[in-house]
Design a binder for this molecule. Structure first.
Ligand code: 13P
Length: 252
């Protein structure tokens, strides 16, 4: 089977309500062939509703994701947001395990795994982020690190049909440094083979693996040309409509 590319914009802590709605409206008003690619916006929680409404006005073909969610259903968890809340605001997806959540907010593989299981049980689709630090790459432990994060993140998850993996080398995020297409491909292939081992050949063949880390209009085509790169998780370049559209239309 051929995997449908997914171009996902992680807005991180950028854009207020009006700015976010305007950005989503501008992008979804453009010519996008949704039959050959999926497009996703991950705004901050405060923007999910407005972005979803903007997307709906332009045909409702793009997906909306939260950038995080809590693993409990409801209750005394000040500052946290539940799966039901993000779904009720219009999100069908959630990004989990981003390296900024891991390094700045101390999320462990165990916490991320709880979130993955909770999100899937609530019917959300999940983008699970994995990636090594520069230190780990220089020590030659990058594959081991990434496969361990993948395995732990997916522990107890038998069905991967609503899971996407995003490989984001930490040293490439927001730095302007991109993994070479060959380095990205090597890691994506290793992840796919590992999924084949821990689940099944069929699930490995079907799962989408995105690349993230300074993906931009200038390098998107070459990265997307790699056989195991099935899309991108884009930070900085997803905040400008023209740049994000060029990445969405990487093959045009
Ligand atoms: P940049 O594209 O800004 O490097 O961010 C990548 C990223 O972390 C997406 O989740």
């Amino acid at each position: 089977m051929s995997r449908k590319p997914l171009i996902a914009g992680n807005w991180k802590m950028n854009k207020n309500v009006a700015e976010g709605a305007a950005l989503a409206a501008e992008i979804t008003a453009a010519d996008i062939d949704y039959s050959t690619r999926d497009v996703l916006f991950a705004p901050p929680f405060t923007n999910i509703y407005a972005v979803s409404e903007a997307v709906k006005k332009n045909g409702g073909k793009a997906f909306v994701a939260a950038q995080n969610v809590y693993f409990e259903t409801s209750g005394a968890f000040t500052g946290e947001v539940s799966c039901d809340m993000i779904k009720s605001a219009g999100a069908e997806w959630v990004i989990l395990g981003h390296s900024e959540r891991r390094s700045i907010f101390g999320e462990t593989d165990e916490v991320i795994n709880k979130k993955v299981k909770k999100a899937l049980s609530e019917g959300l689709s999940v983008i699970l982020c994995v990636g090594e630090t520069l230190w780990e790459r220089e020590a030659g432990t990058e594959v081991e690190t990434v496969l361990a994060q993948t395995g732990k993140g997916l522990e107890g998850v038998a069905d991967l049909s609503k899971v996407v993996i995003a490989y984001e080398p930490v040293w490439a995020i927001g730095t302007g440094k991109t993994a070479s297409p060959a380095d990205a491909e090597a890691m994506h292939k290793a992840i796919r083979e590992y999924i084949g081992k821990i689940r099944s050949k069929e699930q490995a063949e079907n799962i989408r693996i995105l690349y993230g880390g300074s993906m931009k209009p200038e390098n998107a085509k070459e990265l997307m040309a790699q056989p195991d790169v099935d899309g991108g998780l884009i930070g900085g370049a997803s905040l400008k409509a023209a740049d994000f559209l060029k990445i969405i239309n990487f093959d045009k």
